[in-house]
Design a protein around this ligand. Sequence first.
Ligand code: SAH
Length: 564
Amino acid sequence: MTQLVLMVLSAQGMETALRIKAAYPGAAIYGLEGRVNGADQIYSNFGETLREHYRNGHAIAALCSAGITIRALAPILENKGAEPPVLAIADDGSAVVPLLGGTTGVNVLARQLSTILDVSPAITTSGELRFGTCLLNPPAEFHLKNPEDGKRFIADLLAGKTVRIDGPAPWLEEARLPVDENGAMHIRVTPFDVLPQKSELVFHPKVAVIGVAGNTSADDLKAALARAGIALASVVCLAISEEDSAKASFHLTAAELDLPLRILAAKENDATDIVSAFIKEPVSLSGNGNLAIAIAATPADVTLAGHRRGRLAVIGLGPGDPDFMIPAVKQELQRAEDILGYETYVRMAGTFRSDQIIHMTDNREEMQRARHAFELAASGRSVVMISSGDPGVFAMAAAVVEALHESDNPAWHGVDLQILPGVSAALAAASRSGAPLGHDFCILSLSDNLKPWDIIEKRIALAAEADFAMAFYNPISKPRPWQLPRAIEILRQHRGPETPIVLGRDIGRPAETLRVITLDDLTAEQVDMRTVILVGSSLTQSFDRTDGGKWVYTPRWYGTKPAH
Ligand code: SAH
């Protein structure tokens, strides 16, 4: 589905938008800066933001008057064929007015939104009212090839002409069209790539399945479709075996042709067998073991066998504050079907829908968690693995990539694996205090759970000797009481007592505290597991700020200060 954008200008509009979003979770709420709280995104210029969504083809519901919306879009209304659905909704939810996008489903959307808001949609398209269903907006398993002829076609029908229908068009049965075998107008439903004639609408039903195995390229596939005369819009999916799902070429081919990919768990690697899993009694079956095309009589005769390509996204939430979470991570959380993570982080990620499955895990056994995530994703699910901060910094991403490295399961290698970054604790704490990591720095974990303590000591000593600024993660815990005092001792052998130290605790969370002290004053008692310690280099400076705290920075130069 295309993304639905709710443009909100007022607090009342926000209430209505939230009612819509509760029933339509894919919607994204855009709120006017300074007027609206709790939106997914903030904008400052209504017209520009609206036009950008329009150009990107997003469905838009503006919670304001139709006039404001029309005036904002007027300068760019040229290409009727490409326009996305645009509606105006009264900010109190009392009226839903479809404005644009008759051929892209605005009336369908208007009905859905009206149902949510419990009002009647203000549908004004005469063809739509007269025929009871939108001829130009068939169900998803039919594609209108020539929407540009639609307006004229409906005008002719309204003027009294009759229409002949060829091919199964079940959605038109209740349309009260003026059907006549000898009609001057023509509706043709066919999987073949025919050229629409005058006074004709052509619909392609989704009835063809292409199976591929071996080394089949996008060009081979296009050539085979051309030979068979099949319209791409009639293809339900490109089907492959699980064995082949790790081959990037198939994913690229599917993406290039914009075809959904289906993966069959059975170990079939004969294309003809693959397509038979989708269509039991094809009206036509052509091809060979590498590439086969089967066609069913109607869309209802196609079984959607196998599963989609699964996705595993390893995401970083940032330190806590949702404003520090990158938009790609927010989108990933929306699309997730399964969410895996340590309870604290799952709670930090926000609220989930009832259809999203949450797998709370404990904080140990990372490899086991990683394998569980791959198993879910390899079955076609959209899985999100949550870390705080950045997933690649002492968190799950490394375990996930390692689990993949260790596996020779093609289904795991076929998963769409994405690692999405987040603001790591050191960077969040640094930004709160100025720029203590403004020059070369290194990040160290003081936990010796997964590495020997003598390596940690060696790294601290060498990093201190090399005069790096440092960030210490996992600085102390009950089972590891003596390690931090030892680390402080090593630091003191290399750095002066006045070296600035930043202690950032719960940064970006409600209990946030930030303290700037000196190395001389640093004791283990001031630190816990929720603290990140930033240690200055020999050049790191600190000075008073007006709010009583201190600024800290490490200059970009080294040695002698350059002349400005
Ligand atoms: N992936 C995380 C780090 C996980 S290790 C990241 O990139 O931030 C856990 C350690 O990170 C904690 O012991 C603490 O030292 C630090 N940490 C994580 N979140 C923090 C926060 N919000 N404030 C201060 N320190 C934090």
